[in-house]
Ligand binder design. Structure first.
Ligand SMILES: *Cc1c(COP(=O)(O)O)cnc(C)c1O
Length: 434
């Protein structure tokens, strides 16, 4: 499989190059040269396959002969070595729980896959790679955990000061060793913009071999399709009609992976992009105008994105046909009061505890189902409520017990370096690492 640069389609690279480089010239995102279709018999009979086999079938066409089958099988099985259950909340809404991995959020899937792929590709190269990543909350922890103690890989994480939860902060600052955390005096968009500048800086690129682990990297983006298939495997046993799939969205990598799987043949009635007050995409779906905005800080902080990088991949899938995008995707913007209200209500009515991100998705789903009666579907529960104890306890007035693994982590010391949202400062730090 070749991947072309969405900014310059003449630039086409293999999977290895796309993974190591992260992005193409002019910061363009890589995109597969064609969309491999699922075998109809496979997709209609998912329950006959093991999760590992499904994950392997999902990924193999994107990698071709660049990685031997037995190695890829091993990698996908390590990627999903925790449960991903589809739980019923009520008659019409199910929850795909993506938070049973090591950092209790769905990004574990992409980060675990990417770290193993990168480490495979680097094993016969005499190269040290620096993974540079901006996080609005969960990416940092998942990447730190996924890459911790991986040989030949240094990880540098930028996160916005005071805008991530305590658990999230510990997950990215407490590991140390090959993981460094930079606490930026600014927003997630500032962090992301610093990272993008670093990628296009000549001097840095001469001194270091940089790659990204944001969802713009194909090795993080593509494996997210796997759990849509695992959801369908469970759905097909429970329900007849195709599901409406609602995804809490920030940078739009997750929902884009689901839509990609749908283009390959995964049955889905409709997709819902559930956003908080950062509503660039819901606005676009109304007005056809893509207007990037300043980020607003909300309770669902991993979705505080004013410039969703992956949305361009969705447009590419639909060949930029606005009417087609609109007929397949609905967008909703949910405010913080409603987010808290929904956590409280769903806990009370159905005894199901949502985290703030999943709560945004639940409300969006409920609104869509009200406008489109008779349909059913599932939300992607992207984080464990324990990662956001303040919001969840405030709303539901329950106290949530930390899992054992987190208790140990919370006792560890935070190690981070504070910096201004200033590229010169980041550059100095990166060059010093060399
Ligand atoms: C990252 C994240 C999101 C948003 O996912 P995107 O792929 O950036 O749209 C939603 N919820 C949680 C908990 C996250 O960590």
């Amino acid at each position: 499989m070749k991947y072309y640069n969405l900014k310059d389609k003449k630039e086409a690279v293999d999977f290895k190059t796309a993974t190591i480089k992260g992005q193409g010239k002019e910061k363009g995102l890589f995109f597969p040269e064609f969309i491999p279709k699922f075998d109809l018999d496979f997709i209609e009979n998912l329950h006959q396959y093991s999760d590992e086999e499904i994950a392997f079938q999902c990924m193999k066409d994107f990698i071709g002969d660049e990685i031997p089958s037995d190695v890829l099988k091993e990698i996908v099985s390590e990627t999903i070595n925790f449960e991903i259950p589809l739980k019923k909340i009520n008659e019409n809404i199910y929850s795909l729980e993506l938070f049973h991995g090591p950092t209790l959020a769905f990004k574990d899937v992409g980060a675990r896959f990417m770290s193993r792929i990168l480490s495979y590709f680097l094993q016969d190269e005499d190269k040290k790679v620096t993974v540079l990543v901006a996080t609005s909350g969960d990416t940092g922890g998942a990447v730190a955990n996924g890459f911790y103690q991986t040989e030949n890989i240094e990880v540098v994480i930028l996160y916005p000061k005071n805008r991530v939860s305590e658990v999230q902060e510990k997950q990215l600052t407490a590991l140390g060793e090959n993981i460094s955390a930079l606490e930026v005096d600014g927003s997630f968009d500032d962090c992301q913009s610093l990272v993008k500048q670093a990628f296009s800086d000549k001097e840095i690129n001469l001194a270091l071999f940089l790659t990204s682990a944001n969802s713009i990297n194909v090795a993080r983006w593509l494996p997210q399709q796997i759990y849509y298939l695992l959801a369908l495997k469970q759905w097909q046993i429970l329900e007849k009609e195709n599901p409406v799939i609602c995804v809490p969205s920030g940078n739009f990598g997750n929902i884009c992976a689901g839509i990609l799987a749908h283009f390959r043949g995964l049955p889905a009635e409709h997709f819902i992009a559930a956003c908080n007050e950062n509503d660039v995409v819901p606005q676009y779906l109304k007005t056809q105008k893509l207007e990037y905005k300043e980020t607003v800080a909300t309770l669902s902080n991993a979705m505080d994105v004013g410039n969703p990088s992956n949305f361009i991949r969705i447009l590419e899938l639909f060949e930029n046909h606005f009417e087609d995008v609109k007929s397949k995707i609905s967008g909703y913007s949910i405010d913080d009061d409603t987010t808290l209200q929904t956590i409280k209500e769903i806990d009370k009515k159905f005894n199901y505890l949502l985290d703030p991100h999943s709560s945004v998705a639940y409300t969006a789903m409920e609104q869509y189902l009200k406008e489109n009666p008779g349909k059913k579907g599932f939300i992607l529960a992207t984080a464990h409520p324990v990662k956001f104890p303040d919001a969840v306890e405030m709303a539901a007035q329950v106290s949530i017990e930390l899992p054992e693994s987190l208790k140990d982590l919370m006792k560890k010391e935070k190690k981070s370096l504070e910096i201004q949202a200033d590229f010169a400062e980041l550059k100095r730090i990166l060059l010093d690492k060399n």
